[in-house]
Design a protein around this ligand. Structure first.
Ligand SMILES: Cc1ncc(COP(=O)(O)O)c(C=O)c1O
Length: 417
């Protein structure tokens, strides 16, 4: 039965008859003083039931099952790093080790890298899980969160799964996808608990300076709330001393990140959260409900990776510089694409000026064996995302395919008129 109709009927009946609900709900419903609250409680409960069964991320599913192709421009990370690059011998590896609330040497290494107290570091299974833990720790079901649009779809999925009320603030192409404070303030309410964004931005690659982050923290502070910033792509700056918005306001800003994107180390799942120690404690408790500990071997290898990070970063940066310059030349020659050029990172998010971008992405895949990320996964179906972190020869070949596909599509559009 339709939920609204059901609730309407039950309200009219005064909730007198016995429902197959738990005693707790029955008590609420039958207590006339709480009748209205009881109805709300039931509404929330029914919604929560639906939230679980419809949980997921369409984008994540697509990325896992259908994003690969012979020519790959869909990946946003750098080329996979082989195990041999870490210089670890088999004899050094152990299956089990002293990992409890994280592996102490790894937490220390991360704390040192980001100049944060160790009590502020929480390990997480990649940035995605870090985002979930962080959101879970600072909200209760029904709380309001203000999430950038477009954004990384699993952030929306996590907020929905946690039963949060989602509001959005736009990052507009005509504004170079910048965070616009006026737009944020327009959508910020007295109930906003967390402002959520990515830096660098996914899908556009736009960067948000820490001066803007400090304005966001001040805004969140009006409600004693938080800013959650996913900095997984900020690692692509390959700075000798990595910067993080955590220091802008360690009480209000929560940062998530990982080694996955910039260093080709997705398989290690080495993610983390930087948060005020009290929040960090809460995240560890929530983690306890989901998993016991992390795979020790991955934590051990992550320390090796962190030790070698300056070398790894040098190699990745030189590869990315070359690929970005190729991509820039490519985009400059395409009048059919309108594209904001970000200062850093692997990704760009052009708009196809004519025709239908979803149709074009399908054609690109089926006829030219090339994948990009369709803009529909970022709620902007007239765009698509290109990523250039893979080996230069592969990116060159993929861009040639993209060139052919765009030319072919343009001709087919002309033939239609
Ligand atoms: C903004 C953003 N955060 C997190 C992730 C996933 O990171 P991880 O592999 O560390 O979970 C992605 C992957 O595409 C992403 O785009």
């Amino acid at each position: 039965m339709d939920l609204k109709l059901f609730l309407h009927r039950e309200r009219k009946r005064g909730w007198q008859r016995s429902l197959s609900l738990s005693q707790q709900y029955f008590d609420w419903i039958c207590n006339s003083r709480h009748r209205r609250a009881g109805i709300l409680h039931l509404e929330v409960d029914l919604k929560m039931t639906q939230i679980r069964s419809s949980a997921g991320s369409r984008y994540m599913q697509w990325a896992k099952l259908t994003s690969t192709a012979k020519y790959n421009l869909a990946t946003s990370g750098m080329v996979n790093l082989p195990l041999s690059a870490l210089g670890v011998t088999l004899e050094e590896l152990e299956i089990n080790g002293p990992t409890v609330y994280g592996y102490d040497p790894l937490l220390k290494a991360l704390a040192a890298r980001y100049r944060a107290p160790q009590e502020s570091v929480v390990s997480a299974m990649g940035t995605s899980f870090a985002n979930y833990l962080a959101l879970a720790a600072v909200t209760e079901p029904g709380d309001e969160v203000l999430i950038e649009e477009p954004t990384y779809d699993p952030l929306l999925g996590a907020a929905r799964y946690l039963g949060l009320s989602i509001r959005r603030f736009e990052r507009k192409p005509e504004n170079h996808f910048a965070v616009d404070m006026a737009e944020l303030e327009r959508n910020f309410t007295s109930r906003t608990r967390v402002i959520v964004l990515c830096n660098l931005h996914n899908p556009s690659g736009a960067s948000t300076p820490d001066t803007a982050m400090s304005e966001l923290a001040a805004l969140a502070g009006k409600n004693r709330g938080y800013v959650l910033v996913d900095e997984v792509y900020r690692e692509l700056l390959f700075a000798a001393e990595p910067q993080t918005a955590f220091h802008v306001d360690p009480e209000r800003v929560i940062v998530t990140s990982s080694l996955t994107k910039a260093y080709g180390l997705s398989g290690l799942r080495c993610g983390w959260i930087l948060a005020a120690p009290e929040l960090a404690q809460r995240m560890w408790r929530i983690h306890d409900v989901h998993a016991a500990t992390y795979p020790f071997m991955a934590e051990f290898l992550s320390i090796r990776a962190l030790e070698k990070l300056p070398d790894i970063a040098r190699g990745m940066k030189s590869l990315l510089d070359e690929n970005r310059s190729m991509l820039k030349t490519f985009l400059a020659g395409r009048e059919d694409l309108e594209c904001f050029w970000p200062e850093y990172g692997t990704i760009v998010f052009p708009r196809l000026k004519h025709g239908n971008a979803t149709e074009f992405c399908n054609l690109l895949r089926s006829e030219f064996e090339t994948s990009v990320v369709p803009g529909e996964f970022f709620e902007m179906p007239d765009h698509f995302r290109i990523g250039v972190g893979l080996p230069t020869a592969d990116i060159r070949a993929a861009l040639e395919q993209l060139e052919r596909a765009l030319d072919g599509y343009k001709s087919s559009l002309l033939a239609r008129v």
